[in-house]
Write a protein that binds this ligand. Structure first.
Ligand code: G6P
Length: 638
């Protein structure tokens, strides 16, 4: 999974490509490369940087050559270790064909053996390089470029978006796409292509999202589009009114910290948006129109939200099952939302990890919906699950933060979160706005189904605003204690156990994920009730147990017993509790105490403080918080 951008046109391309590349680093930052048809000698010139922090930055400083057609790549390693040889672009033996790639070539091993047998010499251990060698043979064997490309698609299995620069065709950028997204930007005497619109969003907003299984030949003035059968494909450019506001840290040391503090506003914006969605009457399902969507005040709940997500009132009333599919932090938000849909609407809800869902038996049930939850709207596992469900003609709804994403385009309906761009790899405000969006949706469904009243619906909206308030206020209360005392103390431990029950169990999983992904400290999460079935053996004074409370009285009592069993084994106990929960607070070695909220919103209220705590533990360790090792923001490979 990687970021790619290419340019062809009237301007020299180096700065355009390198700047675009820096906006794509969220897709991977293991290494970076640039290649162009060199303006001086008309051959391909390239430079690659690998490893360390900020390879794109180093690339920008190192590249001195330039040209009118060029491309860049930022890598998240799948096949082949992170080193300079494996950084993209890759080449054929004569270095007359360069390729950058996002995706995985599954058939690469057999192709590689075949090509070696035919005398090709490989310079890397990636799956991508085979494609450059293969295309070179195919160009030699075919009378024209198009037939060579059509033939190429027949040899490659997997998911891919390739861009090729071929010395023999210096006026053309060649794009081949299967499964992985690609967007062309049409300019005046210049054209762009990238794996994400934001890479060139300041240069043009006239775009063509390349259809699946297509080949694009892009010159400075024209775009030719073909299917894998060789048929010319019509296209009509769309206008996207979304700009890449040059995101900076606004004085914060890291994006993660800035995004933690942005949560209150992001949640409020999300709820305000949901509240007024009723007055939105534009073409439902058209992502580009949604990007400029401006909420208007509305006082009554109407049907527009159902049209937005592709349902009708009657369908909502008759819903029998809700299925939610997601990955990573989005999966934790979905697991929390399961409680919302079940408790508030009385609809059985199942939550699946996207990477598992695709390989499980699929039972179509009448009156079911499938909600895909994804910050980026591009995660390969979730996207492929969406495609599978679509192919079985079931109803899909995308809840994402990126209104121009592939999931939004492909789902039957969508509901955008209003978190704004999330840059830090560790998700914070996307998580809290996902939780808020699904809480609102579950309440709205409950209202439609008559399990709550309009007054209760209003109260739930107020509860969301209150939870957002607490999320931020609790950080302020504990800020100095965390920074000066707690973070230095807990950064010394090398393993933690996280515990929760009911709605706080998926939240504890999210907390454990946050800690391990940015601090590299080992963190294991268990439902507190399972402690006695094995994990209690891990309890000792060197392994702090972090326990997240709930507001349901009965479950709270059970949690207190679990906490006592930790203390009885001389465990070190940290609790996130609510006011008045003395039994828990009194036995803890460290207690964070928050004001009470609506019981199901306990995780939302605790989110900011938990993230802030983890952030500062990591800061003590001096690690690259926004770009942790081995990770990427958007995982567009399986
Ligand atoms: C990556 C990110 C996580 C994210 C997950 C799912 O692993 O690092 O922060 O939760 O992908 O991404 P999505 O965009 O589908 O929510």
């Amino acid at each position: 999974m990687c970021g790619i951008i290419a340019y062809i046109g009237k301007r020299l391309c180096r700065n355009i490509v390198l700047e675009g590349l820096s906006r794509l680093e969220y897709r991977g930052y293991d290494s970076a490369g640039f290649v162009c048809i060199d303006n001086n000698h008309k051959h391909l010139s390239f430079h690659k940087e690998a490893g360390g922090i900020a390879p794109v930055q180093r690339l920008s400083e190192a590249v001195k050559f330039d040209g009118y057609a060029g491309m860049g790549h930022t890598r998240w390693a799948t096949h082949g270790i992170v080193d300079q040889r494996n950084a993209h672009p890759h080449f054929n033996c004569k270095k007359s064909i360069a390729v950058v790639h996002n995706g995985i070539v599954e058939s690469y091993e057999e192709l590689r053996q075949e090509l070696i047998h035919r005398g090709h010499v490989f310079s890397s251990t990636t799956d991508t390089e085979v494609v450059a060698h293969l295309l070179s043979d195919l160009i030699d064997h075919h009378s024209d470029l198009k037939s060579a490309l059509l033939d190429l698609t027949k040899h490659i299995r997997g998911a891919y978006a390739f861009i090729f620069l071929v010395e023999q065709y210096p006026e053309t950028l060649i794009v081949v796409r299967h499964r992985s997204p690609m967007v062309v930007g049409l300019g005046d005497g210049e054209n762009f292509v990238a794996s994400d619109f934001i890479a060139f969003s300041d240069k043009t907003n006239k775009v063509v999202f390349l259809p699946d299984d297509s080949i694009a030949l892009l010159s400075k003035d024209a775009l030719e589009l073909y299917s894998f059968e060789g048929k010319a494909l019509p296209y009509s450019p769309q206008q996207i009114d979304q700009t890449y506001s040059d995101i900076d840290k606004d004085g914060f040391e890291h994006f993660m910290l800035k995004e933690i503090y942005e949560q209150k506003r992001a949640i409020n914006r999300t709820i305000a948006f949901c509240k007024v969605i009723g007055s939105y009457n534009d073409e439902v399902g058209n992502p580009s129109s949604d990007i400029t969507l401006q909420p208007h005040p509305a006082t009554e709940y109407n049907d527009s939200v159902w049209r937005q997500i592709g349902l009708t009132k009657d369908k909502v009333k008759n819903l029998r099952y809700i299925n939610i599919i997601s990955a990573g932090t989005s999966w934790h938000a979905s697991r929390i939302a399961q409680f919302f849909f079940e408790h508030l609407c009385g609809i059985p809800t199942r939550v699946y990890l996207a990477s598992e869902f695709r390989y499980m038996p699929f039972f179509t049930e009448p009156n079911s919906i499938y909600i895909m939850v994804s910050q980026s709207g591009e995660t390969a596992d979730t996207l492929e699950a969406l495609r599978l469900i679509n192919s079985l003609e079931q109803h899909t709804i995308a809840i994402t933060n990126v209104a121009s994403s592939t999931m939004v385009r492909e789902a039957s309906g969508f509901l955008p979160m209003q978190a704004g761009p999330e840059i830090s790899v560790a998700s914070t405000k996307a998580f809290s706005t996902q939780v808020a969006t699904m809480y609102w949706l579950a309440n709205r469904m409950a209202l439609e189904r008559g399990t709550i009243t309009a007054e209760q619906m209003h109260t739930s909206e107020e509860d969301l605003f209150i939870a957002a308030e607490i999320l931020e206020a609790s950080i302020e209360i504990y800020k100095f204690k965390i920074m000066q005392e707690l973070a230095p103390r807990y950064a010394r431990y090398d393993r933690f156990i996280f515990l929760g029950r009911h709605v706080s169990y998926p939240f504890a999983m999210e907390a454990a994920l946050k800690l391990k992904e940015i601090s590299y400290i080992f963190a294991q999460c268990y439902p507190a009730g399972e402690l006695k079935h094995g994990p209690i053996a891990l309890i000792d004074e060197k392994t702090p147990a972090v326990l997240f409370s709930v507001l349901d009285e009965l479950i709270y009592r059970k949690l207190v017993s679990n906490a006592q069993s930790v203390k009885a084994r001389k465990g070190h106990l940290i609790v996130f509790a609510f006011e008045g929960q003395h039994e828990l607070i009194d036995i803890a070695d460290c207690a964070f105490i928050l004001p009470r909220v609506a019981p199901l919103l306990a995780p939302l209220a605790m989110a900011g403080l938990m993230q802030f705590f983890v952030y500062h533990i990591t800061r003590q360790l001096g690690l690259p918080i926004d770009k942790p090792r081995n990770l990427a923001k958007s995982v567009t490979v399986e």
